[in-house]
Design a protein around this ligand. Structure first.
Ligand SMILES: Cc1ncc(COP(=O)(O)O)c(C=O)c1O
Length: 194
């Protein structure tokens, strides 16, 4: 069978596999343990944090590791609750884990940003709505995981900046495929497992 659905997920690369196997064989300690093997694992994680921060062009201290994208998305939406967001707007084509988190944390206060028939987020809608209301978070994905359609996230980000609205960019479906971009200026960035 030929597999073309690399938007949803793709086979792990040989380099990533080798790096992962090497790390789990080398660092057998729990990074929270007080003994030397734990400290060694902890140092390796901190080194990885530094390198990822440099690669992403962001402050390494702001990187939060999670076990996967669902957890990351929940963390961001939960954070929105903690900082007092009254409502969140998410694109209508978001992955079910984002929709579910929005429903859970903002049961009566999440709005779906409409998309065109071609599956593209409607920037005109966002521009118009932001003139009247200021949500606590706007989430847009860089590419859709089902259709692969690239989204106008830069325009969405520019609008959010103009209106001082925190922006959550979800790049899971493009990570490792699109060119690297410096992301240090983004408020939230989901590139987990990419
Ligand atoms: C765009 C997108 N977001 C989130 C997820 C959920 O990811 P995870 O399995 O890492 O929790 C997926 C899974 O396919 C996805 O494609």
């Amino acid at each position: 069978m030929l597999y073309f659905d690399h938007n949803a997920t793709c086979p792990v690369s040989a380099a990533a596999r080798a790096a992962w196997v090497g790390a789990v064989e080398r660092y057998i300690g729990n990074p929270s343990s007080p003994h030397r093997l734990g400290a060694r694992a902890d140092a390796a994680i901190e080194e990885a944090r530094k390198r990822l921060g440099a690669w992403l062009g962001c402050d390494a201290a702001g990187i939060v590791w999670t076990s996967g994208t669902t957890e990351a998305n929940n963390a961001v939406l939960h954070h929105a609750v903690l900082v007092g967001a009254e409502e969140v707007w998410i694109s209508a084509i978001e992955h079910p884990c984002v929709l579910a988190a929005a429903r859970r944390y903002f049961p009566k206060a999440h709005r779906l940003i409409p998309v065109s028939r071609e599956g593209v987020v409607e920037i005109a809608w966002l521009a118009e709505e932001l003139k009247h209301r200021r949500p606590g978070l706007v989430a847009v994905m860089a590419a859709n995981n089902e259709t692969g359609v690239l989204q106008p996230w830069r325009e969405a980000l520019a609008l959010c900046r103009e209106h001082a609205v925190p922006f959550f960019l979800r790049r899971r479906a493009v990570g490792g495929k699109a060119a690297r971009e410096r992301v240090g200026w983004l408020r939230f960035y989901d590139r987990l497992r990419s």
